[in-house]
Design a binder for this molecule. Sequence first.
Ligand code: HT7
Ligand code: ZN
Length: 875
Amino acid sequence: APAIRLEDYQLPRYRIETVFLDINLDPTETRVCTRMSLARTAGTPDGTPLELDGDDLSLTSVQIDGVPLECSAYEASPEKLTIKAPPAAPFELIVETVINPSANTQLMGLYQSSGTYCTQCEAEGFRRITYFLDRPDILSVYTTRLEALANNCPVLLANGNLAETGRVEGTDRHFAVWHDPHPKPAYLFALVAGDLAKVPDRFTTRSGTSVELNIYVEHGKEGLCGWAMDSLKRSMRWDEETFGLEYDLSVFNIVAVSDFNMGAMENKGLNIFNDKYVLADPETATDQDYANIEAVIAHEYFHNWTGNRITCRDWFQLCLKEGLTVFRDQEFSSDMRSRAVKRIADVRLLKSHQFPEDAGPLAHPVRPRTYHEINNFYTATVYEKGAEVVRMLKTMLGPEAFRAGLDLYFERHDGEATTIEAFLKCFEDSSGRDLGQFSLWYDQAGTPVVAAETEYDPARQSFTLSLTQEIPPVPGQKTTRANVIPLRFGLVDPNGTDLTPGSVDGATVSGDVLLFDQQHQTVTFKNVPVPPVLSLQRAFSAPVRLNQKLSEDELLFLARKDSDPFNRWQAVQTLAMQDLVRLTSAIRAHQPVSPSEGIIDVFRSILSDGSLDAALKAQALTLPGEADIAQEIGKDVDPDAIRSARESLRSLAGKALSGQLLQIIEASPAGAYSPDAEPAGQRALANRALHYFAVSDASGVSALVADRFKTANNMTDRLAALTLLVHSNLPRAAEALAAFHDRHQSNSLAMDKWFMTQATAPLKDAAQVVARLMDHPLYDPSNPNKVRALLQSFASGNPTQFARVDGSGFKLVAESVLAIDKRNPQVASRLLTSFRSWRALEPQRSALAESALLRISSCEELSRDSRDIVDRTLQ
Ligand code: HT7
Ligand code: ZN
């Protein structure tokens, strides 16, 4: 199929003002009758055919203004319904289709999850329910009537407010009518019908409206919704206080389902969630799960304004809603927890997921210009880099001007489907700044590399910073221009205090933000009395790779003294990374390996620094991941050498710090579990300490880990101990796995952790273990969470075993992609992206990866999703 291009965008020829959907639910034969009021848009010539999108549809009948259409007046296929010559005046079109939800294994459109009917319409799922103008710039007012067996489906939900309910006389069926007054695109349509339990609550908006809040879950799971509900209420309050945004319907419903392709969906008034992001108690959810639930609940709620009230004109503008909403949920979590720790976690994610995407064959701009399959563009670049771009806007404009720009955006575009240009224009108009060059962040792919060199002139008391920026080559991107890069900085004097320079030449500096907007730029700070150490890119103020030539002593200094906690953490990471890269090459050259003591000293002083909170210490003590090291090395990557290097540093730290580590482990929080940031940070630190202590020379290490597993009173500690036992192949590993299985076998989400722990074990039989687990009675290849727990975590979280030199890891994943692709193309194509860094591997492994990819590519029946990824990965 030809590529879809942004430059080909055309305004719709017809608009659909109202939609009345009458849906008669049945597992195999659901009847959908869609009544729409249509009108030609200005400038549409007479006789312009109306082309409605479909996907796998079967048409029963079609009428215009109450009259059935002659066969010759239309053409219908599963993918399209064309009305050849629609009336010139506004008209009513009625289309009837029949669909089979129980056979829908793609989980797009209307499907069933454990018997519950539910929908997923973003991006193009609505066309699997009825023929429609399925594009985000068609905004319509929807009324939905649902009818189903009263016993099987006591709960009938759709978007908006409930208008009517009743029995269908003389039958065992009942119905509900929902009306959503807010015009919306079809991708925000949703329905749910089933036998579900309701957890009710209420929220009073700041203008005094009482909103009904409900979370619907499987019966018996009501007790697991408390944290999600609390997170929802905090999100609603935060959006009012932070951005002045209130909720706009009388009910907000959330439904948790166990089969879902992504995390959750922001359908207007009826959010549908992967149950992983709703259900939690201390017995089955980790601190990370609690934090994720808080963030995803907030994210979907925040979409009500950034996505639903103002939506995207076309799918190229996806970052308009996703980048902005991720930025908003990150800010929310920062306000709920420690800002520095949240920033570190977000930057870790950006560097580990988005940077490699931007450096490989799947690189694309935050706003892509072309796609074959839009589902493949729900990426770290659109979401996470998109959020960084919004954050840079705030950094450049300052909080007040940023807020004024957003206020203008809501005022100007409420009820519209719009573009990135319109978004940026609001900030231009409110601040008087020209954002032309800034808009390059949306259009250029690739992570800019910034080189920074400094020189101090004691005679002139001046400090000179020379900056250079460059975007490495990206497939299909011929030329690039310099970006505007806001660099937050500090000139740190020998006591750790930030100096205030007299004046600055060569760049616009406001406060602690310097604008670097040329290819090369020399910036001179005057009246600098002592040679400072430059702390650059504080709080990670721009999504760039910084090459700053700092000596080991300067890094050690920043690690101890920088007033910016993010850059303290960054200095530790840089020190560790330098050592890990050095150790990896020594291992590959069969030279003796001796990790540097400097990093151990830093660890020691961080552990004993009373000014740092536990969560920050845990982050500082977490070494760069194996994939991060691979990325830093960039080519001829040997995952085994990287792992050995990382293990040698870990073991040196474990041995050198065992006394301090044991104290921390022993001080880990006791008593009743609370998911709050403070105790969660203490648990994170204790478990990090255990991770190092496990490779110390101390006696009884393995008994200690086994004991922590046995006595843990929460999932965070139990899973940390289990992971250590299994990944280090400690004597009690098998016993612990069996105990975990017995304890949690009836809880599907907890069992995902059991599958994942084994799939990510860096042990030489991991691929066989994964293959064996695919036959486990609790593994279900049609459940996306199970596929992610077992196969996705093996492919993306077990670099040595996925890239085994015997090719068995690649083979297992390639065969799985082919099998899953037949059932669920979205899940398959996502799994396939784990091959994206194959060219950076050393020759033997990259040849094996290439043949696995070629095997996938040679399959003729590949879905459009997987075809797109495999073609781009191989190009
Ligand atoms: N906006 C939602 C995207 C989404 C999705 C996209 C494709 C296929 C399935 C999907 N489920 C949810 C999620 C979000 O960003 O909030
Ligand atoms: Zn989103």
